[in-house]
Design a binder for this molecule. Structure first.
Ligand code: GLU
Length: 417
């Protein structure tokens, strides 16, 4: 029987507790960090194409803004819950601090099945949600971005709705926009590219030659497919990949770009020529050097962590490994490059996009990619140094850096009144 899904916010609080212990955090600051500063739950009536009215539930959770405006994506998924959005908003807070971005953390989500909705239904739902949260967002307040099953088009609708309400165009209200509306070159591939840079650095530290190294990707979406393409360019070979419909395996290697084209054509990675079918569970147990969970939370649980054969886990997704699984992986000597570091390339280029919008700048893709590389490689080595100094895992090291910086900002600001 399948185990009950762990509560992601309980897991985020468990991680916070571990960081707080190592940092000897002031108990008052720890209390502040256990709660989001603001939770919005909105009801979103949408006229469906067949004339019916459906009502969706949407959230925006603003976790902490001590270091700058709130920042974080919006997710459209049937499994969205308030506790999931709370967890994701806490992780955004630590992530922006790890990457040293002048942002706090937030996250949004709508409980819906976007694959079963038409583009016009998605547009009406997005615009009504934006209207409901419009007072709470803005380039100096809270800047949304894409997440699971949202994309540049969804950001364009948010931008247009917000700007119509204001009476003038406000490109800096969202990131991950289409290029024609002030989006940044390189944003689309940024999460995967950042994770590939982290993998390169981790491989150096672990003395694992990337040339000829094998990897498996769970979740062949934006982050997973870009990660695969870029890591392949660094000489590694993808032996397995999966999505919500199933997985494929090929010992000789799966061509990352061809696999993406196959998925775009057929809707799934399954049925890719000259590959064997594997289940999602089998994919996680693939014999390979690097395992990249790139889908949702709770993928690697305590129960299955012992079956992970990879030497390294690079978390392209948010929260894929539970705290229980962390213990098992750690004691088995598996190096985990944690989410708040590994997938921070997305929000790093979101930051670069926001800066370009505010300063009316226009950088080339080479400029963007090299700024991303400098920022994320710096973050990687900052986390690695913290982990080495405190004798802890990369996860705990990253949490210590992220939580430590937010805690310092809170203390320095003080409490008013
Ligand atoms: N949704 C992405 C994340 O989880 C990107 C957030 C952003 O760019 O603001 O990091």
């Amino acid at each position: 029987m399948a185990m009950a899904k762990e509560n992601p916010f309980a897991n985020a609080l468990e991680q916070l507790k571990i960081a707080a212990e190592h940092l000897k955090l002031d108990p008052g600051v720890h209390e502040v960090l256990k709660r989001p500063k603001r939770i919005m739950e909105v009801s979103i009536p949408v006229r469906m194409d067949d004339g019916r009215t459906d009502v969706f539930v949407g959230y925006r959770v603003q976790y902490n803004d001590a270091r700058g405006p709130y920042k974080g994506g919006i997710r459209y998924h049937p499994g969205v819950t308030l506790d999931e959005v709370k967890a994701l908003s806490a992780w955004m807070t630590w992530k922006c601090a790890v990457a040293d971005l002048p942002f706090g953390g937030a996250k949004g989500g709508i409980v819906c099945d976007p694959k079963a909705m038409s583009p016009s239904e998605l547009e009406r739902m997005t615009r009504r949600y934006t209207t409901a949260i419009s007072e709470a967002i803005g380039p100096d307040k809270d800047i949304p971005a894409p997440d699971v099953y949202t994309n540049a088009q969804v950001m364009a609708w948010i931008l247009d709705t917000y700007s119509q309400l204001k009476g003038y165009m406000v490109p800096g209200v969202v990131t991950g926009k289409p290029i024609s509306l002030g989006g940044s070159l390189g944003r689309d591939s940024a999460t995967g590219r950042g994770a590939a840079f982290c993998t390169r650095e981790a491989a150096r530290v672990a003395k694992l030659p990337l040339k000829g190294a094998t990897f498996a990707v769970q979740g062949y979406g934006n982050a997973g497919s870009n990660y695969a393409t870029i890591l392949e360019g660094m000489g590694a070979r993808m032996v397995a990949a999966s999505d919500s419909s199933g997985g494929v395996f090929c010992k000789k290697g799966l061509d990352a770009r061809k696999l993406l084209r196959h998925k775009e054509k057929t809707g799934s990675v399954t049925g890719f020529p000259s590959s064997e079918e594997v289940s999602s569970e089998e994919l996680l147990e693939t014999e390979c050097d690097i395992l990249a969970p790139a889908a949702l939370e709770n993928t690697i649980t305590r129960e299955m962590a012992k079956d992970v054969k990879a030497r390294m886990v690079v978390e392209c997704a948010n929260g894929p490994t539970t705290p229980g699984a962390d213990e098992v992986l750690d004691s088995n000597g598996v190096m985990v490059v944690p989410d708040i570091l590994a997938n921070s390339g997305g929000v790093i280029v979101s930051y670069l996009e926001w800066v370009q919008n505010l300063d009316r700048l226009w950088w080339t893709v080479e400029e963007v990619n090299s700024k991303l590389e400098r920022k994320i490689v710096g973050a990687f080595h900052g986390v690695h140094a913290q982990a080495a100094k405190s004798g802890v895992s990369m996860r705990t090291g990253a949490l210590m850096v992220g939580v430590g910086k937010v805690a310092e900002a809170i203390k320095t600001l003080g409490i008013w009144p």
